[in-house]
Design a binder for this molecule. Structure first.
Ligand SMILES: Cc1ncc(COP(=O)(O)O)c(C=O)c1O
Length: 407
């Protein structure tokens, strides 16, 4: 069935609960309103050009960096590059670093559960530039063992990239400890952390994270518009732009900045951090209700990721429903207005099992039956109660017709 036919066949459900916030999410009205004037009233010029609409545009870029410097507790706005997605920021960190240090080469150390926008550029640096990629294994909850990590770092290591929070299973890595170990073994190592899924959910203090050199953020992970990414690069770290082109106020990213979206992102940052603790408490309370409610009502469910919730991102609920095909479950839930993703959030059209779930030791069938829910400050208890009505019904219907029934 084509997407058009699917949409026609299933009318809009009377109640909708959107949990697919890994892939993209809800943009609140305040953020949308913030963007609109920048299309045609103010700041519609090029931020590098010296006329009023250009200055207004530049002010948006600058103020966004100031807002980031404040919430991340770091001094200099010059350390932030605005790019067009988290994917681009990760590419810039890994490939941009590899290009700038191609004479030195060496090893690029990544965890086995990094986002593919880190893993693929690392593989490209190996293929095209002669670096060697080293993958750090993780345990059954996605944690990197500091001792194992230490053994993999040596004098020949150039770059390390370990994410702060895993986007699928919510594992919170101890980035302070890992970055400290890396620098103790080799002070020349550059340490990157993909914090796209940590931003807005964990407090990130870049003064305290003194051994971290580069950090990736993504706007749409905090209810900003899609299409804005950030790479923080500590002063002194040399990168080469991976795009070649013309004029920009961004040294590492040629082309005109997407000022309306950047204005929206700045607003999203303001909203996310205004009542940060209560937002996080709400996500986590609703997530806990969801996991407990489903586990109480549905048999044969595995929780993927850390069981100790203090080491798990506050919004993350990743569950494998055995004897059910995850793709079928996403459709069944969608018909009932509950929107989730399966396997790897980012690969549901590929039907490949998630590399993250396989890396923590899940079998193929367990990975295929996985469903990712992410709670937000915009959810409420009624949303969770509705989901707890819908999920058991959907699982039970699919199990009743499934070929992979429990024997
Ligand atoms: C951990 C992580 N890194 C990078 C990205 C890519 O960000 P973007 O979607 O802005 O390209 C995502 C996106 O979901 C993510 O979760």
């Amino acid at each position: 069935m084509s997407v058009e036919e699917l949409l026609k066949a299933h009318g809009r459900p009377s109640r909708e609960v959107y949990f697919d916030n890994e892939n993209s999410g809800y943009v609140p009205r305040e953020v949308v309103e913030e963007m609109i004037p920048y299309f045609n009233s103010v700041g519609y010029g090029h931020p590098s050009i010296t006329h009023r609409p250009g200055w207004e545009a530049y002010e948006v870029v600058y103020k966004t960096k100031e807002a980031l410097a404040k919430v991340l507790n770091t001094g200099s706005v010059n350390e932030f590059s605005i790019v067009h997605s988290g994917t681009e920021a990760n590419n810039l960190a890994v490939l941009g670093y590899a290009l700038a240090s191609r004479e030195r080469k060496g090893k690029i150390v990544v965890s086995a559960i990094e986002h593919l926008s880190v893993i693929h550029p690392a593989e490209e640096a190996e293929r095209l530039l002669g670096f060697k990629v080293v993958r750090v294994p993780v345990d059954s909850e996605g944690f990197v063992d500091p001792e194992v990590f230490k053994e993999l770092i040596d004098r020949n290591t150039s770059l390390v990239s370990i994410q702060m929070v895993n986007h699928e299973i919510g594992t919170i890595q101890n980035i302070y400890e890992l970055s400290k170990i890396a620098k103790e073994v080799n002070s020349e190592v550059v340490f990157h952390t993909d914090a796209a899924d940590a931003f807005g959910k964990l407090a990130i203090d870049l003064k305290k994270l003194e051994h971290v050199d580069m950090v990736t953020l993504s706007s749409h992970k905090i209810h900003g518009p899609r299409g804005v990414g950030i790479l923080f690069t500590r002063e002194g770290v040399r990168l080469e732009s991976i795009l070649k082109g013309q004029l920009s106020s961004e040294k590492l990213w040629p082309g005109v900045e997407n000022v309306p979206l950047i204005a929206g992102f700045r607003k999203a940052v303001e909203l996310a951090f205004e009542n940060f603790d209560s937002h996080v408490a709400k996500m986590s309370e609703l997530r806990n209700l969801l996991i407990k409610g489903i586990s109480d009502r549905v048999s044969d469910v595995l929780v993927n990721g850390p069981i100790d919730f203090s080491r798990r991102a506050p919004d993350n609920a990743n569950l494998s429903f055995l004897y059910v095909e995850g793709e079928a479950l996403t459709v069944e839930l969608s018909i009932n207005g509950v929107y989730v993703s399966s396997g790897s959030a980012c690969s549901s059209r590929i039907l490949e099992p998630s590399h993250v779930l396989l890396a923590i030791g899940r079998k193929h069938e367990e990975a295929h039956g996985s469903i990712l829910f992410k709670t937000t400050r915009y959810h409420n208890r009624e949303d969770i109660e509705y989901t707890l009505e819908v999920v058991p019904r959907a699982v039970s219907r699919l199990r009743s017709i499934s070929a992979a029934k429990k024997t």
